[in-house]
Design a protein around this ligand. Structure first.
Ligand code: DX5
Ligand code: ZN
Length: 216
């Protein structure tokens, strides 16, 4: 079985989004990862729903929406209306995480919870059976092109161990600083889904780069 690859559009050329989307459509990319930032939860602002809605019109690939915002529960309807398959909310941004997860599922999306680099996977013990995916940040969220944080490999292994012990079918996704080398180690540790931004979009042959990541 191949690895699921979700290129992050944050590293795309925003002046040529249409051709970037056509490239992704031609490629073997499994999903498209969309990073929404609010300048409050993270020190950066990216793009919002008007952009996501237009992107939805030009691709059939599942959208994996990563919300780096405070109070993501306010936008469950908007994310669902944009046609997202996965709605990723940060553990650190949700006081009532269980309620948010139920809301996401009620709107027909797959709930995923994201952990910042400093948040241990053990906080997910009780919520794990309710999740379709856990997204481990392997950089501090907010920017593309940052250096991979090494402990993410051990963290991936610890989460895989928790999933096996609880016998859930939760996917493990890792985001930040992913390339062929870090991707290999993450897959060995138990990752199912790799998000890659700059590694894909700064590559001379992005379609081939996506193919090679899937073969890890
Ligand atoms: C970072 C975002 C990532 C980012 C990854 O806050 O969540 O999805 O685009 O970029 P790279 O792959 O360049 O580290
Ligand atoms: Zn992301």
């Amino acid at each position: 079985m191949s690895i699921i690859v979700a290129p992050s559009l944050l590293a795309a050329d925003f002046l040529n989004l249409e051709s970037e989307m056509k490239m992704l459509n031609r490629s073997e990319a499994d999903w498209i990862h969309l990073d929404i930032m609010d300048g409050v939860f993270v020190p950066n602002i990216s793009f919002g729903f008007p952009v996501v809605n237009r992107l939805r019109e030009v691709t059939l690939k599942p959208l994996d929406v990563h919300l780096m915002i405070v109070r993501p529960e306010k936008f469950v309807d908007e994310v669902a209306a944009a046609g997202a398959t996965f709605m990723n909310v940060h553990y650190e941004a949700c006081t009532h995480l269980h309620r948010v997860v139920q809301e996401i599922r009620k709107r027909g999306m797959k709930p995923a919870v994201t952990l910042n680099p400093h948040t241990p996977v053990q906080v997910l013990e009780d919520i794990l059976p309710d999740l379709d995916m856990v997204l481990l940040m392997s950089v501090n969220p907010g920017f593309g092109g940052q250096q991979f944080i090494e402990h993410s490999v051990r963290k991936t292994a610890a989460l895989r161990e928790m999933i096996l012990r609880q016998q859930t079918s939760t996917l493990i996704e890792v985001d930040g600083g992913v390339n062929q080398e870090t991707g290999r180690r993450l897959v060995d540790a138990g990752a199912d889904v790799l998000v890659a931004g700059s590694f894909v979009f700064s590559s001379e042959r992005p379609e081939e780069t996506i193919h090679r990541l899937r073969m890890l």
